[in-house]
Every structure is written in structure tokens, then in C-alpha cells.
Design a protein around this ligand. Sequence first.
Ligand SMILES: Cc1ncc(COP(=O)(O)O)c(C=O)c1O
Length: 415
Amino acid sequence: MNELFNEYVKSIDTYIMFRIKQEATKLTPELEAKGRAPIALAMGAPVAPPPQFVYDKLIESLKIPQIHTYSTPKGETFFLEAVAKRMKNRFEVELDPQTEIFSLIGSKEGLANFIRALINPTTNTDEQDVILVPDPGYASYTQMIKTSGGKSYGIPLTKADNYMPDMNKIWQKMIQDGIKPEKVKAMVINYPSNPIGVTCTKEYLKHIVDFCKEKQIWLISDAAYCDIYFDEKQKPHSVLEIEGAKDIAVEFYSFSKPYSMTGFRIGWICGNADAVGAFGRLKSTIDTGLFKALQKCAAEVLNSKEGDDYIAAANKSFKEKQMIVINGFRELGWQIKDEAVPSATFYIWLPIPPRYKTSNDFTSDVLKTSGIVLVPGNAFGTNGEGFFRLSAVAGDDQLKETINRLKQDGFKYDI
Ligand SMILES: Cc1ncc(COP(=O)(O)O)c(C=O)c1O
């Protein structure tokens, strides 16, 4: 019966993070027996509880008459207006709540359905629509494109150009690599970046907007981490701050990371009204919107002092965790210059020790020997080979324990 599934679904595996989790679970009894119970540093999910304010508002809203009934796919007006207010306060971006904003069941769902709305599916690789994605980048982009019947083309993010590549050069290289320019539908950017933790300048965003306008392709900006940053001077921007960006851009936001609301599943897309409208037509046939109580507590926290204070405190704590890990790896022999310490996100992206051939060899050895769950860099694209990602979201004690175990088990950078 399996052959009845379509070619796209048959071509993908379970999402990498869940596979890593399964592998760690399988090894747990063996690891526990040697005092190395798994420490989960793979998933990008903050462990601290969401703001108490969110729970209070959620409980309060459960008492509102008819709160239990269907919402609309777009989102309730109070939610859309709260998003518009947030975008204005945070970025000085003006949005029409009714035509330029749409609610999401988390930004992952939104990205997947937006990509699905763009691609004309085919299994003929020569004829497939193309979406440009950061490499290394969030592992789901390529899988979403694949399951929609298209193909991705990696935009290499390297230290050499400060992770802000010249898109005109990439376009030339892409043509040399045999991609037909007329097949390119969109490009994805993700600043601050998962997995690298870097931000980009406003000038660079302008370069991207100009490029997408010239090529007449959609710009998909994934801003899931825009509120997790450590340096006011490098405070992340919205692409919609760039004049004229709304002609070609949509941006995705999430409550998951800034408010630790990963399990709530809520976010929004905003930007170009035609794109939001087309996406909305697709969404209205797929789901029927979010639980209204959820929209209520999310709307309330977005423009609250409690929400802003929570983000500030969380960032302070993420910074402390980051430095426990960075200093720990420095002691283990990794050369990490101050300017290479990520200015945003809770991710740490480091090279594997030279004695390992592949990222997988290193992360498997660390898991089997020390019970530390990391992600091999190649899970984020071919340019991720030779690196690993650590998500510094666990308790401080667990992070210190991680470093201690790596020291005890001989994981020096260079031996
Ligand atoms: C870059 C990026 N975008 C989007 C998401 C999806 O987040 P959510 O669906 O929880 O909003 C993630 C989650 O890890 C991510 O890393």
C-alpha cells in the first residue's frame, strides 16, 4: 500500500530533529548506566515556561461566551490589530490588519503552506520550480520545497562575506549550475539565522529587496528569531522597514521563541497583500483558524510590558548560557574570537575537531560517549558539513555538566 503515496512524500524522511530525539531515546538505558543520561541540546526550544501573564490571560479568556467556537482562518480582528500595533512599535512598519496580516499555526505551518502556494508540482527535475534557501539554513525549508514538488538551490552563507552574500554573484553561479532563471519563484532569508546566530545589516536587506524586485521573485523573510538578540547595535530589522519591500516581500513571525510558547503553535505572516490573500485562500481550505482563547492571550502579550520584560530577561539568560558554552569550548581548545560569538539566537555553531571526517561522525561519537545531543551541521545544508549546532537552552547546570563531560571524555579540539 505504501506505493500509493505520492513521490514527494516517499522521498522524505522524518524531520531530522525527531530522528535525533529517537536515536537519543534508544540509547538512553545504555547512557544512563554509565552516568551519561542524555542532555538535549539539539532542539531549538526554550525550556523556561512562558510568561505567567500569558497563562492568566488564557484562563481569563476561557470564560468569554462563545470562545469555544470556530475562529476564522485569517485570525480574529483583535489578534490582527495587536500584530499591526506590534509591527508598528517594534519596527515602525505600517500594516493593514485586514489585508496584510494572517494568523498561523506556528511559522513552520505558514512557511510550508506559503511554499506550497508558490510551486507548480512536478517530479520532472528539469521542469521543477526553484526556491533559493540559505545554506546552512533551517532544515525544513528544503523538505517543504521537496514535498511541494519543487527544488531548492542553496545560497552559501560563509564567514568570508560576513554571512551576507552578494546575490548577483549567487544568481550567476546558479545559472552556471544549470538552474533556469525563469523557474525561480522566491528566495528565503532568515536573519537572525538558525543555525549560525548571525544578523544582517539594514543595507543588506535593501540589497535583497532590490535583487528580488529586479528578478521579479517573492522574498520570504523568516523572522522567527527577531526578538532574541544580545547587542542593541545589531538589533534585528524587519525586511518591511525597507522602502518598497511590500511590493515583493512577506515576513513570518512566531510566538515560539521569544515567549517560549513553542507548544502553543501560533504566529503570523505579514506583508504584500496579494501574497497574503493568495496564501489565505489556500489556508481557508486547509484549516479553520486558531482557538480564540489562544489568539486572545497571544494578542495581549504582544504589546504588554510583561511581554517585553519577559523577552529582556530571557535574552539576558540566553546570553549567560551562551557564554557558559562558549567559554567551555574555549577551554576545550576551540578558538572562538569575541567577534565570532553569535549576536542573536540561542544557537552556537562551531567547527568539528579536525580529527573527524564528517559532522555526523563527531555528533554520533559525542552522543554515544557523553550523552550530549547535538545536531550535525550537514542537516542544515551542504555548507554545514564540518560544523555542529548546539542549542544553548538547557539549564545552566546542564550546560556546565555538558562541558565537564566533554572534558572528562577527551573531546578536545585538537589532540
Ligand atoms: C528558522 C526557523 N523558522 C521557523 C521555525 C518554526 O517555528 P514555529 O513553527 O514554532 O513558529 C523554526 C523552529 O525551530 C526555525 O528555527
